[in-house]
Design a protein around this ligand. Structure first.
Ligand SMILES: Nc1ncnc2c1ncn2[C@@H]1O[C@H](COP(=O)(O)OP(=O)(O)O)[C@@H](O)[C@H]1O
Ligand SMILES: [Mg+2]
Length: 385
């Protein structure tokens, strides 16, 4: 039985109803003290495999066994412990917490242990010394070079004293000098008896390993053993605890202190955005209300006016009128006659009310006339009904 065993690991992603097989049955055994290089082209499934080994991905077929125990048989708490105490992750882009100092980044994992604060500081300082960063403990990640950042990440991964270090393209963002420094440190970790698995697409980086596993297109193509595993050094078990409220509160406050300006700007920016939306919506509905009011006050779409025409009524009296008073009297007489002609009866109203969708019908009158009297009556017009 090996320390870590992969049994027929298969994994596929389904995109747009199309199954994309990423890992096509991986069988591998690893021992403590081995420095494994997983070498392969980009997209070959290396990171997918590391996420499965690291307990970050549960959706796969096959089995991962640690000291003979399947990860599938572990409950949530055991998986938490596995990720926290057995695995140390190192990523290409370092994944450091930008608002924490180098020392606090390394102490992140130590805060979960039952050792005293003074001991945690001492351990973090020892780890930073080991990776050659004892001078940088109080600096922030953005004040460091890429190689230094990766060395902080290594110190942080080592803080929980894990049995397995997974380094996914740890030198992908580094120049050759920093690559060598980082690989030397990883080599020394394996030499202490830990299992170090480095993922890379570079043959040069892979050559640091004691065994090179060639993974491409989801399959192991070949394995090359370069050296025997290193001897295992017994380690002291670390006692862990869950983070207390005080600890979490302190970390949140540290985060706030470091990021207050950014948060202030975010709050300011967001409030401008929200206010603009409110103003725009307010303006929008205001304009809409105004339009509605204008339309309904001019033309009420729910009220339909039905009129009955009087017909043309013109009397000889108007033409014969020789004074404004006589003309007006003639026009009045015409209007009375016209109104009589056009009288709307209650029967008419009932007829209208009976039409489908008409709620009610009301009787009303209006008169209009544009008649005017001019001397000799030359410009006189007939009244309209
Ligand atoms: N979450 C995902 N959904 C769909 N496809 C994915 C996902 N993650 C990775 N892949 C695909 O799986 C393949 C292998 O990816 P990865 O394991 O990251 O390769 P490598 O690390 O070797 O470059 C790639 O083709 C990638 O596009
Ligand atoms: Mg990858």
């Amino acid at each position: 039985m090996s320390f870590l065993e992969l049994h027929d690991i298969r994994k596929a992603y389904t995109l747009n109803h199309q199954e994309n097989v990423i890992l096509k049955g991986i069988n591998l055994n690893f021992e403590r003290g081995e420095f494994i290089s997983i070498l392969g082209e980009s997209g070959g499934g290396k990171s997918t495999l590391m996420n499965i080994i690291g307990g970050l991905d549960h959706h796969y077929d096959g089995d991962v066994l640690l000291d003979g125990q399947s990860l599938r048989s572990m409950n949530v708490r055991q998986m938490d412990r596995y990720r926290r105490e057995t695995i140390g992750f190192i990523f290409q882009n370092f994944n450091l917490v930008s608002y924490l100092t180098v020392l606090d980044n390394v102490m992140l994992s130590l805060k979960m242990t039952k050792t005293s604060h003074a001991q945690q500081v001492q351990q973090a300082q020892d780890l930073l010394k080991r990776v050659g960063l004892e001078q940088q403990t109080h600096q922030y990640p953005n004040e460091l070079s890429g190689g230094q950042k990766q060395r902080v990440a290594i110190a942080r991964a080592l803080a929980s004293d894990p049995d397995i270090i997974i380094a996914d393209e740890p030198t992908g963002a580094l120049d050759s000098e920093n690559t060598q420094e980082v690989m030397d440190i990883l080599y020394s970790i394996a030499a202490e008896g830990k299992l170090v698995i480095t993922v890379t697409h570079s043959q040069e980086v892979a050559d640091y390993g004691t065994r090179i596993v060639h993974l491409d297109d989801g399959q192991i193509h070949d394995e090359l053993v370069i050296g025997a595993p290193f001897d295992v050094v017994d380690k002291q078990p670390t006692r862990y605890r869950t983070l207390g409220f005080r600890q979490m509160f302190r970390m949140s406050m540290q985060h706030m202190r470091r990021m207050w300006l950014r948060y202030l700007l975010i709050i300011f920016g967001s409030s401008i955005g929200i206010s603009s939306i409110v103003v725009m919506l307010g303006l929008g509905s205001g304009i809409q209300n105004y339009m509605n009011h204008q339309i309904t006050s001019q033309v009420n779409p729910t009220a339909v006016q039905v009129s009955k025409k009087t017909g043309k009524v013109s009397t000889a009296a108007r033409k014969k009128a020789t004074s404004a008073a006589a003309y007006k009297a003639a026009v009045n007489q015409e209007q009375v006659t016209a109104a009589k002609n056009a009288e709307v009866t209650t029967a008419n109203v009932k007829q209208l009310a009976a039409i489908k969708h008409v709620k009610s019908a009301k009787l009303g009158y209006y008169t209009s006339t544009q008649a005017s009297y001019k001397k000799n009556n030359r410009d006189g017009q007939s009244p309209d009904g």
